[in-house]
Structure formats: structure tokens, C-alpha cells
Design a protein. Structure first.
Lengths: 112, 111
């Protein structure tokens, strides 16, 4: 079945460490997105990519980095520069920018 | 600037009650409009969409009509069930740009 796979579902990180969240899609979608969700809040866009080897900062890119070396993969690295990384991270993809997006199941990151 | 404003929650209803969750947008163009639903601990699922004025999106008993004159896309359901308890997000793409989401409305249905 086609879809978006995020891994791991739960992730614990010590302060000062970088951590990479995986996002893979087999929908052949060009556009991919990373969102952050905090309790009781909406979704905030971190980064998005419309084609391979190209990506743009979203509204809250500081402390995060991404790569898009393959069409199906869009990993997100949460660096030690991110001051408050504990959150629920959602990856999404769409056939083209602005068209409805399909979401993965999310990764809950906790800094301990 | 462009924005989406969504009815604040939480909303608590009894089973079989009528549901309305308000959503309005501001945009210079003619965006597509979406409603997404998020169940606890999961990602978002597309519930319904409308791409032009007067379109009605519908799915699982939920409906929303694209009202250009009032720049609104309110979500409605005639008779809610306990299984409808979730967080609902209104979203728009403001004319083929990236999706922008409202803040979400938590809905709880009590038996």
C-alpha cells in the first residue's frame, strides 16, 4: 500500500545531541513537508521541498536541517541548537505544492 | 496577509448532537480549502476538500461548503458519534502555495 512512513514513533534524546527523524514515501509525490505540533497548538511548518536537492525554510526552521537526496526520502535533523525540541513531528507529502497533503503517523521526540 | 482562523475549542457535545466548527480565511486569490482530522497519537487525515466557490466537500457524514462571499468553510455534521472525537484542522493553500493550517479544534463526544 502507498503511504508515508515515519520512524521511529517515539524518540528520546539527551540535551546537546543531534537526532534524525526519518520520513519515506512511496506515493511518487514531488513535494514533502515537515511540521511541528505542540500540545494544544496547530501545525507549524519547519521545512518543505518541492523537488530533489532543493528545499526551503518554513516558519520555524532555526535549529533544524533537512536533505532531499532522493524523491522518496526527506529526513529531518533536530540539532542541539534547537532550544525546545520536545514535540510531535509530522511529515507530509503532496503531488504538488498546495494540493492536499498526506501525513505520516508522526514521531514524538522527547528531550531528557 | 493571508490567514486561516478557526473556531477555538474545546468543543464537547452529546452523542447525536449537531456539530458546527467555524473556519474563515483571508486571501487575495481563490484558494482550495481542506478539513483534516487527527485522532489521538496519529497523523492528520484528509477529511474533505473544496477547490472552488460553492463546492461542497463531504465524507463520513461531514460536510463543508466553500462560501466565497463570507470567506468561510464551516464543518458540519448532523449527528455526531463518540468515534468522531478528535482534533479538526481547517487548512488552505492560498492559490497553490504551501498548506497553511488553523490552530485546530478539539472535539469530544460524550455518550
Amino acid at each position: 500500500d502507498g503511504g508515508i512512513t515515519q520512524s521511529p514513533k517515539y524518540l528520546f534524546r539527551k540535551e546537546g545531541q543531534n537526532v534524525t527523524l526519518s520520513c519515506e514515501q512511496n506515493l511518487n509525490h514531488d513535494a514533502m513537508y515537515w511540521y511541528r505540533q505542540d500540545p494544544g497548538q496547530g501545525l507549524r511548518l519547519i521545512y518543505y521541498s518541492q523537488i530533489v536537492n532543493d528545499f526551503q525554510k518554513g516558519d520555524i526552521a532555526e535549529g533544524y536541517s533537512v536533505s532531499r537526496e532522493k524523491k522518496e526520502s526527506f529526513p529531518l535533523t533536530v540539532t542541539s541548537a534547537q532550544k525546545n525540541p520536545t514535540a510531535f513531528y509530522l511529515c507530509a507529502s503532496s503531488l504538488d505544492r498546495g494540493i492536499e497533503a498526506f501525513f505520516g503517523q508522526g514521531t514524538r521526540l522527547t528531550v531528557v | 496577509g493571508n490567514s486561516v482562523t478557526q473556531m477555538e475549542g474545546p468543543v464537547t457535545l452529546s452523542e447525536e448532537a449537531f456539530l458546527t466548527i467555524n473556519c474563515t480565511y483571508t486571501a487575495t486569490g481563490y484558494p482550495s480549502l481542506f478539513w483534516y482530522v487527527q485522532y489521538p497519537g496519529e497523523g492528520l487525515q484528509l477529511l474533505l476538500k473544496a477547490t472552488k466557490a460553492d463546492d461542497k466537500g463531504s465524507n463520513k457524514g461531514f460536510e463543508a461548503t466553500y462560501r466565497k462571499e463570507t470567506t468561510s468553510f464551516h464543518l458540519e455534521k448532523g449527528s455526531v458519534q463518540v468515534s468522531d472525537s478528535a482534533v479538526y484542522f481547517c487548512a488552505t493553500n492560498f492559490g497553490n502555495e504551501k498548506l497553511t493550517f488553523g490552530t485546530g479544534t478539539r472535539l469530544t463526544i460524550i455518550p
